[in-house]
Design a protein around this ligand. Sequence first.
Ligand code: SAM
Ligand code: SF4
Ligand code: SF4
Length: 324
Amino acid sequence: MKDPFGRQINYLRISVTDRCDLRCRYCMPEQGIAVKSHDEILSYEEILTFVEMSTNFGINKVRLTGGEPLVRKGIVDFVARINQIPGIKEIGLTTNARKLAPNAKALKEAGLKSINISLDTLDPEKYRYITRWGDLNDVLHGIDQALKVGFDKVKINAVLMKGFNDHEILDLVNLAKDKPVDVRFIELMGIGQANELASEYLSTTEIMTHIPGLRKASDDNLINAGPADYYPLEGYQGRIGFISALSNCFCGTCNRLRLTSDGKLMPCLHSKIEVNVRPYLKEKDLDGLRDAIHGAIELKPSGHKLSNGKQVSDDGRYMSQIGG
Ligand code: SAM
Ligand code: SF4
Ligand code: SF4
């Protein structure tokens, strides 16, 4: 289905939990956030019903996120069940990779196609600092294991922050030289915890000046590329991508909906608009569910109001509650 601005909606991001085993400083406060009780969280059964219904509106691509999706029990079987839904062509996962190494093989066998791994620094101390207690080795091991079991779509997502990791740009870029992974730099967005970090924002243009030899990918390479602009580098196995939500807003081609773990359907990451689909799922009211999804797509705003000087998001949730 197309939204009122003519954008074809085919991509659903599902936050399967608001819990996380890390506390990245730009995402969550140290004490964490008040997490939902198990009763408030959608069951896998309910999410599957939602995904099935969403295929009627043209959803064919799903990404599981969180919080940290790998902390939810039964996630591997859940992937396998989504994989059986007719109409779903691709399932991806966005993870901090803390628990990836032991699960990579099973996830591949369950039908997962792509993995996005969050990694902001290659310095073990800095990694521990930014995540508050994470171990860099877990992530590096997770990346290697994902490649070893045969994932050919592994992307590294790095949020750059002035004065923290901007001197590591080339080290992160070199991951794409050493391994067949795409490395993507994400502009820090003013949402939740990150509203306190506005002065650390670094634009894509600034980041690019640190990377010699960038040349834009051909249009062919950009098909289905989503919000990232990709640049291959001579002699590198992977590409370098930039997700420039602020400096080069991609709202005009936005194709996505988000489902939160407590059953709110959000047509836009940076808007307060949410449609509560939980009651329809609880009552197995499929007509109500259909109308709710239709309504959410109709309500999708044209874009966000973030801008370089003023990064404050319209949304009251933390990033970990929506899933990025
Ligand atoms: N826990 C998983 C992970 O870290 O990959 C999935 C959820 S996390 C909210 C999804 C992505 O959002 C991560 O790549 C994280 O770096 C990114 N993120 C969180 N807060 C952000 C912010 N304020 N600006 C930009 N990206 C952010
Ligand atoms: Fe957890 Fe991901 Fe947020 Fe880090 S970015 S605190 S890993 S949800
Ligand atoms: Fe889509 Fe909203 Fe993100 Fe823009 S801000 S890309 S409209 S979700």
